[in-house]
Design a protein around this ligand. Structure first.
Ligand code: PFF
Length: 454
């Protein structure tokens, strides 16, 4: 196992942006709105925010501690910090989770490429809501087209991964994140002003707690883990590249805020637009692909050039946001194979890429020709999403909390949080309390509630 000579992110900002690049992605713009739409809107969002604070931030700091202290990728980190124990299985589960998530995430990432093309060749013009629904269905059920985009996207990811940490991940995040931010704000402003948009804003901001059930809690918790890239050691793998000066608490808060901000803004783009054109908010995974083209058409109806530029720019930035996330997902199994088995980074990446192409093909076909193939009553795509986001990530996150809260030496935890005594870290006491009690008990309670235990 190679622990020495690890490359570091070049700056503190680089560390924040790389972690935020992993967090901000399709989870915010694609998954958050459709999960919120499926689970009733505002009430879901309130529970989501509670999950971000009660579980997300403490677990993010824990993953940072595990990564920076062990200086190893997640698969090996537990082995380094607690040798000869079963904790290593938590790391291995993270590696598997990352691989499985990439198996369907890359499919959706591929869709963004098709939409860049459609936006660029004027494929949106003249269509109404029904036209966009048909366009999406025809494309996603096509036996070949989505597969081609999937392969293109996975190969892009592969290319950045083999170029290494600093050149690939850090440099791309620095440029793309701020651009995405600006465009998302602009589009939210446009969407809110569409005629009939008020009902969408209400759906997003006026909670109706009478509809809340166990599923809403499980959905919100899963979404918080997914969106913040927690529970599979992705951020702990990134933290193994952090320098001694990186402030773990401040970095976690910045990443958490950026991530939540983008998700809420994405909601502010999608729901007003969906209500304005009469698309149901519970349309599922297709939601952003049928509502957004409408926003461009309608909000800029008198300005076709602006509509064209915004549409192309949006899908390009969405693809880029997806890319910084697929890179982080790919990095986990790649770094694991490299460190555990001593393969070169290139060989490790090739093995992972090959596996992703196989799983990705199956989950893409699951939306068309293979829709009859089911696992626990769900097609392959939905099953991968359900088990990874709603079960594996929360379990992995809970384990990280228990590990740092109860197993890791207290002095080590303090040392990491305060950068060896240099920082005051006034939140330390609260952090430890939340981590030891609130986080694991809260996650367990949501699981037990879902199983019908109370
Ligand atoms: N957080 C990413 C998103 O919101 O798109 C997805 C993701 C990346 C999940 C990395 C988990 C992960 F480890």
């Amino acid at each position: 196992m190679q622990q020495n000579h690890r490359v570091n992110f070049g700056s503190k900002l680089g560390a924040i942006l790389a972690a935020a690049g992993s967090a901000v992605g399709l989870g915010n713009v694609w998954r958050f709105p459709y999960e919120a739409g499926n689970h009733g809107g505002a009430a879901f969002i309130c529970i989501y925010l509670a999950c971000v604070f009660a579980f997300g931030l403490p677990i993010m700091i824990s993953e940072f501690i595990i990564g920076r202290r062990s200086k190893a990728s997640t698969g090996e980190a537990y082995n380094v910090l607690a040798p000869q124990t079963h904790w290593k299985w938590v790391g291995y589960m993270g590696v598997l989770t990352g691989f499985l998530i990439l198996g369907y995430y890359a499919v959706v990432a591929g869709w963004t490429l098709e939409y860049i093309l459609q936006a660029a060749i004027g494929g949106f013009s003249g269509k109404d809501a029904k036209g966009f629904i048909r366009m999406f269905t025809d494309f996603s059920q096509h036996p070949v087209r989505p597969l081609i985009w999937l392969y293109v996207f996975v190969l892009f990811t592969h290319f950045v991964i083999v170029k290494g940490v600093k050149n690939g991940i850090e440099r791309s995040s620095k440029v793309l994140m701020p651009l995405l931010f600006i465009l998302v704000i602009l589009l939210a402003a446009c969407s809110i002003t569409l005629p009939g948009a008020e009902r969408g804003v209400e759906f997003l901001l006026k909670p109706d707690f009478s509809k809340v059930d166990g599923d809403v809690f499980l959905g919100a918790m899963g979404q918080a883990f997914f969106s913040m890239s927690l529970g599979m050691g992705c951020l702990s793998t990134y933290a193994s590249y952090f320098s001694r000066e990186t402030r773990l608490g401040a970095t976690a808060i910045s990443v958490g805020l950026i991530d939540t901000f983008v998700a809420i803004l994405a909601g502010l783009i999608i729901f007003p637009a969906a209500f304005a054109v009469g698309i149901q908010p519970d349309a599922g995974p297709s939601l952003i692909f049928i509502t957004l083209p409408n926003v461009f058409q309608q909000a800029f109806s008198g300005f076709p050039v602006l509509a064209y530029v915004c549409a192309v720019a949006f899908y390009v930035l969405l693809a880029m946001a997806a890319l910084t996330s697929t890179i982080s997902l790919h990095e986990v199994p790649t770094a694991f194979l490299h460190e555990k088995f001593g393969f070169t980074r290139g060989k490790s990446a090739r093995i992972v890429t090959g596996g992703i192409l196989v799983v990705g093909t199956a989950s893409s076909l699951a939306l068309g020709d293979w829709s009859d193939v089911t696992l626990f009553g769900k097609n392959i795509f939905d099953a991968l999403d359900y088990f990874t986001a709603k079960i594996m990530l929360p379990v992995g996150g809970m384990m990280a909390a228990v590990f740092v809260g109860w197993v890791l030496d207290r002095q080590v935890v303090r040392d990491e949080v305060t950068n060896g005594g240099v920082l005051k870290a006034p939140y330390y006491g609260v952090f430890l309390f939340v981590l030891r009690y609130l986080t694991p008990i809260g996650i367990l309670a949501i699981f037990l509630n879902e199983l019908g235990c109370f």
